[in-house]
Each structure stands twice: as C-alpha cells, then as structure tokens.
Design a protein around this ligand. Structure first.
Ligand code: TRP
Ligand code: SF4
Length: 400
C-alpha cells in the first residue's frame, strides 16, 4: 500500500569516528542503493539531554553532515535533512502525546537506564520521558517501514509499532464503524458469518495468526462483498481500523566491532577514537603510541598478537598475507612493533583518503552543504505534510 522506505536519524555528536563509519555509515551507504532513504540529524533529540547547554548543537550538526557526505552518503540518492527544520515532527509528537499512556513511556528501558548512567544531569523532564515518542513521530511521519538502528534502539521501534497500532485502532475508523462492520458480516451468509466470527475471536483473544490468515482468505472469496465492506471486515477482523500510520520494522545494525586504540570498542567516552577526517600526522602518532603485548618489553622478546590491540586493527585493515606476516613475526620476535603498526597506519590512511577528498569540496564551499540540507528539508517536509493531512483528518482536525 505504501512504498518501501528507510529512515534513520543520528543525534549530532560532532565529529564522527571510524567506529561510526564501520558500524552505521557503511550500512547507510549500502541501503541508499537499495531503497529510497531518509537520513536526518536528530537535533531535538540532542536537546533532551543537552537542554542546559544547547549552543553547540548547530555546529555539531554541520560537522556531522559533512562527515556523512565524506563517508559517501550521497545526496543524489538519499534525502538528508535536519529534524527541527521539519516542524511537522513536533505537531505529530503533540497529537500522539494525547493518546500515549504514561506507563508505556516509563517502561521503555532506556528511560531509567540513561537517567542512571547520566546521573550528573537532571533527566526527570517531560522532554526526556518523551524521547521515544519523538522518535516515533520521526518514523511515523514518513510512513517508514524500515528503520536501521542499533540494538539499544530496538525497544523504541517496538514502542512505535504499538503506538501506530493504537492510533489506527482509535482513529482509523469511520463514524459508526462497528455497526457498519456488523451489517457487513451478515452479508457473508450465515455459515460464513459464523466462521468469520470464530476466526475473529481466535485472532483477537488468542493471537492465532493462522486464524487471521484464514479470515482474509474467506473475505477474498466472498464475491458478494463491496470493496468498502471488504475493507471494513478486514479491519474488524484484526481489530485495527484503516491503516493511517504504518507499523515500522527495525533493521538491526550489527554492533560495531571496530576496536579502538586500546582494544576496547571504539567510543568517544573511552577516549580511544580516530575521527573520520583525522589528519595524517595525528593518525600516525596515535597508532605509534598504541600499547602492544606487554610481554614484548624488548625488541627481542616474542609476543602474542592475541594479547595486542594492534592485532585487532590488522583484522580490520590487513589482508591474509599481512596477517600471516604479523603472526609469524610477532611470535618469533622477527619484527618490531613499530614495523608491525605501519600496515595499519597505511590501511587507515587509505580508507580516509577518499573521505578527505569528498570533505574538501564541502569545506571549500559551505554553501553547498547548506543547499543539500535545504533541498532535503523541503523534500522531507512535503512527505511529512502529506501524512499530517491524513492524521488531522482522521482525528477530525482539518477544519476545511
Ligand atoms: N534515538 C536514535 C539514537 O540515539 C536517534 C533517532 C532519533 C532515530 N529519531 C530516530 C533513529 C528515528 C532512527 C529513527 O541513535
Ligand atoms: Fe602487537 Fe604487532 Fe607488536 Fe605483536 S608485533 S605485540 S601484534 S604490535
């Protein structure tokens, strides 16, 4: 009924690092070839935790967009935009807030987790509680059916599905829907009407999926039904109304296995990152300073790559013959650690070269980035406005 569409957002954290590239961005770049994609900067989401100091958000946004472009996210294929520049997200958030049970929000696992983790901040705010609801609005307003997210965000997508179902159930119905549906059931003839009723009960009370399937088959075979009655009975069968908002599915992005400079996962909070556009001297220095297997105190001591974070990077950047050279040379003290690090340095620089090149175009001409985003904002806004028209109409708020 609706076109397949991918949507994902990222909070503006400033410069991205190679972990973001190997985890999230490479996946976006693959998806942009396969589906219509919308990628946006979730600047309002940043406000839920940074409301006390929002001034850095805009700068971080532009830096992050340049990193996306540098990595190869292609504005000719995907729509890139900024959440706050599509104010319809806020309208949908407000309307949905009216029918969102508080308990649903309080039960989202990130709510308590993040409050505990970021205990230096006061996150007992209305906005922070509403974080998943804002995310739902982001998703539902584009009727996106595919949402690539990391594991921590899966409960938010599940929450969004439940909310869409609740919305469709509440508002996706014409006035007098139940009566009209019951009238339509009679038109099935007494035998089929009884069967329909049984299937409907089995689905709605026991969640029996085969019952709903058989119910739809029965409706398809009922020649005498009008199109409108068939649609009514289909909604009545499932207990939903007309589909106004689309239930999204999550596309799980595998957790980045990108190791950082200390062997732990690469993450800003561990201070072990290399940024996407880090300059050559700094990359070289960071790798040269990496700790190695402590057993190799002297050049003549043999080591074990399994105990060395540099080896983790060889697993990302080196081919088989180089890895073989490392294994051999390390275990026999045939190579020194600096020597061993050189192919990693080369590998990272090779990966970054096209990113630097693409970024340079945008650094030389900031107006170009502004215009890519302005186009994206406008495109996103048109889609968002379409959905809002249907939402307002379903809720009886179109005042026409
Ligand atoms: N909450 C997401 C994160 O922290 C970012 C986000 C906001 C998002 N809105 C979204 C992701 C909509 C996917 C879809 O990573
Ligand atoms: Fe690590 Fe390479 Fe040194 Fe072995 S030779 S300890 S793998 S840096």
């Amino acid at each position: 009924m609706f076109a397949e569409r991918v949507l994902s957002g990222m909070r503006p954290t400033g410069s991205l690092h190679l972990g973001h590239y190997h985890g999230v961005l490479k996946n976006w770049i693959k998806l942009q070839n396969e589906y219509p994609c919308l990628f946006f900067v979730a600047d309002w989401h940043a406000l839920t935790t940074q409301y006390d100091d929002p001034r850095g958000i805009e700068k971080s946004t532009w830096e992050m967009v340049i990193d996306w472009l540098a990595a190869g996210v292609d504005p000719a294929q995907a729509t890139l935009f900024i959440q706050s520049q599509v104010p319809e997200h806020a309208e949908l958030h407000l309307l949905l807030s009216m029918m969102t049970p508080l308990g649903w929000l309080e039960r989202v696992p990130t709510y308590k987790d993040q409050q505990e983790k970021l205990d230096s901040k006061d996150l007992s705010t209305y906005g922070f509680l509403g974080y998943p609801l804002l995310m739902s609005s982001d998703i539902l307003i584009y009727r996106a059916d595919k949402v690539p997210v990391g594991e921590d965000q899966i409960p938010h997508v599940e929450f969004t599905r439940e909310l869409a179902r609740r919305f469709n159930h509440m508002y996706g119905r014409e006035p007098g829907f139940e009566d009209k549906a019951r009238e339509a059931v009679k038109k099935l003839g007494s035998k089929n009407a009884r069967l329909y009723g049984q299937l409907r009960t089995r689905f709605q009370q026991e969640g029996d999926a085969s019952a709903v399937e058989r119910g739809h088959a029965l409706l398809n075979e009922a020649q005498s039904l009008s199109l409108a009655d068939r649609e009514r009975l289909s909604g009545y069968l499932e207990g939903t109304g007309k589909m106004i908002l689309v239930e999204p599915g999550a596309l799980l992005t595998e957790a980045s296995k990108m190791p950082g400079l200390d062997g732990q996962k690469m993450s800003k909070s561990y201070n072990n990152t290399i940024t996407l556009r880090e300059d050559e001297a700094s990359v070289t220095q960071k790798i040269k300073r990496m700790p190695t297997d402590p057993a190799r105190g002297r050049r003549t001591d043999a080591g074990d790559p399994e105990k060395c974070p540099v080896w983790q990077l060889h697993l990302v950047y080196s081919d088989d013959s180089c890895r073989e050279w490392v294994q051999q040379g390390c275990r026999s003290a045939g190579i020194g650690c600096l020597e061993c690090k050189q192919p990693v340095i080369d590998g990272i620089l090779r990966e970054q070269a096209p990113m630097h090149e693409r970024a340079q175009t945008y650094l030389d001409d900031p107006a170009l980035v502004r215009s890519i985003i302005a186009d994206g904002n406008a495109k996103a806004r048109r889609l968002a406005q379409e959905t809002m028209r249907d939402v307002r109409e379903a809720m009886g708020l179109n005042y026409s």
